[in-house]
Design a protein around this ligand. Structure first.
Ligand code: 5GP
Length: 211
């Protein structure tokens, strides 16, 4: 048996989470584009989160493991396009990546180091062309309302995996497509069907906001 099979990684699976920038910005009212410019109208990465099968998750596992931009210098330009921050004040994204590393990444150190954590997450993003999948199903970011079930079916058909969807509300209380969760095995490289099925946090009809 290979070593990795004998070791308990300390968690059960990952959530790989994508965010729709249009919903983040509508809800927060004040979102800020990164100093590198307005992100593309596409799903961006929120993070890769170790999780337990009971629905809980570890966090901030290693205060001694600091986010180190020098370790991922070769990935930064890709992270700026695929993992843009939208929080204010406007910044280059490092604060978001640092937060994700410290809160979630440090809980996966048994299986990957910092460079691998960001590299694997970017590679997962490349494997799901979510916007294209939705648009091929006639679901466009045009402020129209769509059926939650149609969105889930399109994603399941296009990726092979059932997503979990979270909505948030804009100032007019419209529920908007905000975050899409996929499950990934403990190596951080293969999509899997989720071992637990958390409820979608969306009504049956939701808005796909323009960005
Ligand atoms: P979480 O704790 O859910 O992994 O990360 C969310 C935190 O990351 C937020 O509290 C926020 O301060 C920070 N953050 C920075 N940029 C973004 C962004 O573009 N989207 C989201 N959702 N959070 C961001």
């Amino acid at each position: 048996l290979v070593k990795s099979r004998l070791q308990d990684p300390g968690f059960d699976f990952f959530y790989f989470v994508l965010q729709w920038p249009g919903a983040y910005c509508d809800t927060k009212r004040a979102c800020c584009y990164p100093t590198t410019g307005k992100p593309a109208a596409d799903f961006g990465i929120h993070g890769l989160w170790p999780n337990y099968n009971d629905g809980s998750y570890p966090s901030n596992c290693d205060p001694d493991s600091e986010f180190d931009p020098a370790e991922i210098s070769d990935l930064v330009s890709t992270m700026q396009t695929k993992w843009p921050t939208l929080s204010c004040p406007s910044n280059n994204g490092s604060k978001f990546w640092e937060h994700e590393w410290e809160k979630h990444g440090t809980c996966s150190e048994s299986v990957m180091d910092q460079h691998k954590y960001f590299e694997n997450t970017l590679a997962l993003r490349d494997r799901v062309n979510l916007l294209q999948i939705l648009q091929d199903a006639g679901i466009n970011p045009d402020d129209e309302f769509y059926d939650l079930q149609d969105i889930k079916n399109a994603i399941k058909d296009g990726t092979g995996f059932t997503p979990v969807i979270h909505c948030n509300k804009d100032p007019d209380k419209n529920s908007q497509l905000h975050e899409i969760f996929f499950c990934v095995d403990t190596s951080g490289t293969e999509f899997i069907e989720c071992p637990i099925i958390p409820r979608d946090r969306c009504p049956s009809k939701l808005q796909f906001a323009m960005f």
